[in-house]
Design a protein around this ligand. Structure first.
Ligand SMILES: [Zn+2]
Length: 311
């Protein structure tokens, strides 16, 4: 049977509103939760999908925020308006970032960048979606209601979500593990597959923390892995998923340090990185500006950690 990367377990429904950020609804026998919220432009569709999948007389109880980036939390203010009693769950650092005006305006700026560049690239996929403009929500809805840390559990009744801190991509990144179904939703720190099954990664904060987070996630020994921006990892890739993540991190580090050792400036390394790793909105699953900014921070992070000893 052909691998269906979205429909594997009954308890997990894909409710993604549009390309750019995956969202899953977990239906426990007492409570429900979404894993991430996707981008803001397609929040209307996301809400419609959640309403369709929610069993009768059930509500959305938890909104699990894996990290503070616009493609994972852009739908949050819309979900909070649709389900005011839903509890947004995230790390202490995500809570702190959502209280900063600079983060909130950055989120709007990136959401608008999507509207300008992304909508055209994905026009077939999003035909029929009434998309939203990232100006039409109040920042009051962008907040974390419940702070969680390593080892905490959110009970859904017969299922529970265990929290694993996964810094490296950002300081605020969390992985989520469904303890009964043994399904891991690794943070973007651990990499993410694109629709061609190629692993991508953005090491924005720390290479060493990234490697630690990958090794820690592997220890969880999950039966299923749901890769960010992709879905359920196929059986044939699953055993090597974490090795693939380590190899990808090493490849980016070696690329950046190699260019640095050959005498290139940070700006020149950035140009080279873009030439090799930017293949368009569909391949990289983000607008160019987001990719460029991520590449810039990745280069800064790697040089900060390794440059002294390598030139
Ligand atoms: Zn991210």
């Amino acid at each position: 049977m052909k691998h269906d990367r979205f429909n594997v377990l009954e308890i997990i429904k894909r409710v993604t509103g549009g390309p750019g950020g995956e969202v899953y609804l977990i239906i426990g026998d007492k409570k429900t939760a979404v894993i991430d919220c996707g981008m803001s432009y397609c929040a209307n569709k996301l809400i419609e999908n959640i309403k369709r999948e929610l069993p009768a007389n059930r509500t959305l109880d938890y909104i699990m925020v894996s990290h503070s980036h616009y493609d994972h939390m852009g739908g949050l203010p819309y979900l909070k308006q649709a389900w005011p009693s839903a509890i947004a769950v995230g790390s202490e650092y995500t809570k702190y970032l959502f209280e900063k005006p600079s983060t909130l305006s950055r989120i709007r700026q990136m959401s608008k960048e999507v509207e300008e560049s992304f909508l055209d690239s994905f026009k077939n996929e999003i035909a029929g979606i009434k998309y939203l403009i990232a100006d039409d929500y109040s920042d009051d809805y962008v907040k974390i209601d419940k702070v969680v840390k390593q080892g905490d559990q959110i009970s859904l009744g017969d299922e529970a979500i265990e929290i694993h801190e996964s810094p490296g991509h950002t300081n605020c990144s969390l992985s989520f593990y469904l303890m009964k179904s043994k399904v891991l939703f690794p943070a973007e720190t651990i990499g993410h597959l694109n629709s061609d099954g190629i692993m991508l990664m953005a090491i924005l904060k720390s290479y060493k923390e990234t490697i630690d987070s990958i090794e820690k996630a592997e220890q969880i020994d999950a039966d299923y892995i749901v890769s960010p921006h992709y879905g359920f990892v196929p059986e044939e890739i699953k055993p090597s998923y974490f090795d693939l993540a380590i190899e990808t991190a090493e490849e980016y580090k070696d690329f950046i340090l190699g260019k640095y050792q050959s005498g290139l400036s940070e700006d020149e390394i950035l140009d080279e990185f873009i030439k090799v790793y930017w293949h368009g909105h569909k391949y990289n699953q983000q607008p160019f500006e987001a990719f460029r900014v991520n590449a810039y921070y990745s280069i800064r992070a790697i040089l900060n950690e390794f440059a002294d000893t390598s030139r």
